[in-house]
Ligand binder design. Structure first.
Ligand SMILES: CC(=O)SCCNC(=O)CCNC(=O)[C@H](O)C(C)(C)COP(=O)(O)OP(=O)(O)OC[C@H]1O[C@@H](n2cnc3c(N)ncnc32)[C@H](O)[C@@H]1OP(=O)(O)O
Length: 212
């Protein structure tokens, strides 16, 4: 696959490693708004995010990955580009374990040693980060980030844009509202409403965020 990475920060570096771990893949360029102009050198493109259409018109079968960890920024770039889901790669690290009955939608990245168990659904443009566990029958929406070593037990629901912090645990059947943030190390035992931050063991609501 010929892949263009959008974003060039820390998250993008980890994604690059996953891309290159498959010998048939190549990173053919980077789009980031730190670049003012579109540029081609040594077989690599660089340019602002708006140059995606330019790349599509020049290169066949190109795929994109939005390599940005912040859920809101990832969504706003996705909306800005307005590309069909076919233009996005879906990446799964070789050491991840993904049940044959799980569904992973386009643009999502499953990192090293993550586990996605039976009948779970992961929506589009989401991140299941290093060592995270998504147990059976989870429903994870779009633009979600499950951080390293977080554990979602059975039948958990994570709504759009929610961010589960590193090492947090969510007990069975709990639902996390849209764009809410669960602090690192929290233990979530009750449903969390939309647009909230919850921390601690057991997790308590700290603040309500501005709605998206
Ligand atoms: C590869 C990667 O890096 S993936 C990225 C993974 N990222 C994460 O896991 C980050 C998760 N984020 C957090 O845990 C953050 O601390 C948040 C979102 C919960 C809070 O962030 P902020 O709003 O900036 O809060 P801030 O740091 O100002 O702290 C506010 C209060 O919450 C407390 N607090 C912050 N985080 C936590 C936490 N995880 N658990 C318990 N208490 C916390 C602080 O001690 C402080 O308490 P005080 O008011 O009594 O002094």
């Amino acid at each position: 696959m010929k892949i263009v990475l959008i974003g060039q920060g820390g998250h993008s570096k980890v994604i690059k490693d996953i891309i290159l771990s498959y010998k048939e893949n190549k990173v053919i360029g980077y789009l980031d708004d730190k670049y003012k102009d579109y540029h081609y050198e040594n077989d690599q493109f660089s340019g602002p995010i708006s140059s995606a259409q330019n790349i599509i018109s020049r290169i066949d079968n190109v795929k994109f990955i939005i390599g940005i960890g912040d859920n809101k920024i990832r969504k706003s770039i996705f909306e800005q580009l307005d590309l069909s889901s076919d233009y996005y790669a879906t990446l799964i690290h070789k050491s991840a374990i993904v049940s044959p009955s799980a569904t992973i939608e386009s643009g999502t990245v499953i990192m090293a040693r993550a586990v996605i168990n039976a009948n779970s659904l992961i929506g589009k443009q989401s991140i299941i980060n290093t060592g995270a566990i998504v147990e059976h029958d989870n429903e994870i929406s779009d633009f979600v980030h499950i951080s390293p070593n977080a554990t979602l037990t059975g039948s958990v629901t994570i709504n759009e844009g929610a961010h589960i912090g590193a090492g947090a645990s969510v007990i069975p059947l709990v639902s996390i509202g849209e764009w809410s943030v669960i602090g690192a190390g929290a233990a979530v035992i009750d449903d969390i409403p939309a647009n909230c931050v919850a921390t601690g063991v057991p997790a308590k609501l700290k603040i309500t965020l501005q709605r998206m």
